[in-house]
Design a protein around this ligand. Structure first.
Ligand code: PMP
Length: 334
């Protein structure tokens, strides 16, 4: 019988799918190819399954996480789901701490997996005892057997991508990959995958970060943006500042319009950071040679964004939904 004993076995090994419509036509022969690494095929629905299992494996090995222990992490989304899946299989409890700006649906998903979720006020400074940083630190100290993975400082975050995402891409493209494009949040994806691809190709593969306009990675000051999961106002330890050959800033509007096009034209119902990364990949393709093989990583699926990016009134409220003439202009720009 072909049976898996656990969903954890199914983490990683996601498919690579050629983009054909948003690129302006099939690009199999002639012209650069743009290939999407579709991470919603992971059992938890996102790229974060990869880091969840690696961080837990390492904590078990080091003894930081003991049988029956509790995982405490400030997370509102994808990382929480990945941690909850691995925790269930291995008998750990999960306590996630989220700011109250997080959509109720996201909190409900974490609770559905059996996690406890503590919601904290957003409108306080990080040093305030009620902030979600302080509360997660306090819970990690108070709960017996608690362990805090901390995806922003945990070296296993980039290591998971060095060991899985990078080798998968090298194998899937038979060593023909020329560019790797990914959004930067903790920086784990781009730093680990980028390091592997640079090493295996002798520095040939170009690594390009995609960043929401306003975030520090593309020279911003941390100004707010709406694209979720990417961009920062601080520099996390998990980001290797030397890894990127270039970082491309993308506006929320361009990211969200491309996210909608991916659903309508490529049947890829994905999140906003995916649209952002594809805009960056198409900018790379515009100046790349005909033999370029550009891989863009799409971190998660689009169901978590139905009331925002895929909702016309929400898009109109922010001035993101263009008239038909504007849509034509966006096509031209890309
Ligand atoms: N997109 C989404 C939706 C994410 O949740 C994340 C993780 N924060 C990223 C992109 C960026 O990945 P990384 O943290 O590895 O840089």
């Amino acid at each position: 019988m072909h049976v898996h004993d656990s969903l954890v076995e199914l983490m990683g090994n996601t498919p690579l799918v050629r983009l054909r419509k948003v690129t302006g036509g099939p690009s199999k022969d002639g012209g650069p190819q743009v290939l999407a690494k579709v991470e919603y095929f992971n059992p938890g629905g996102s790229v974060k399954d990869r880091i969840a299992v690696r961080m837990i494996d390492a904590a078990e090995e080091s003894g930081a996480l003991k049988p029956g222990g509790t995982i405490v992490e400030p997370t509102s989304g994808n990382t929480g789901v990945g941690l909850a899946i691995v925790a269930q299989e291995r008998g750990y409890k999960c306590v996630f701490v989220c700011p109250d700006k997080v959509a109720k649906d996201k909190v409900d998903v974490l609770r559905a997996y059996g996690a406890e979720v503590v919601v904290c006020p957003t409108a306080v400074s990080p040093e305030h005892p009620d902030s979600y940083y302080s509360v997660s630190d306090r819970l990690a100290a108070e709960i017996p057997g608690a362990w805090k993975p901390n995806q922003y400082t945990n070296p296993q975050n980039p290591v998971s991508h060095y060991e899985t995402t990078g080798p998968e891409l090298w194998e899937q493209t038979e060593g023909r990959i020329t560019h790797f494009v990914a959004g930067i949040g903790t920086g784990g994806t781009i730093s680990g995958t980028g390091k592997y691809l640079k090493e295996v190709s002798g520095g040939r593969v170009k690594i390009i970060g995609a960043d929401p306009e306003g975030s520090v990675y593309s020279g911003g000051s941390g100004r707010p943006y709406l694209t979720e999961g990417v961009g920062e106002d601080i520099w996390p330890e998990t980001y290797d500042r030397d890894i990127c050959d270039d970082v491309i800033a993308v506006s929320d509007k361009d990211s969200f319009l491309m996210t909608r096009r991916l659903a309508r034209e490529e049947a890829l119902l994905v999140g906003g950071s995916c649209g952002m990364a594809v805009v960056a990949a198409l900018r790379v393709a515009a100046t790349a040679g005909p033999d370029a093989v550009i891989v863009v990583l799409l971190p998660d699926g689009g169901r978590g964004y139905l009331s925002k990016i895929f909702n016309d009134s929400w898009m109109e409220d922010y001035g993101f939904l263009p008239s038909s003439t504007e849509e034509a202009r966006v096509d031209e720009v890309l």
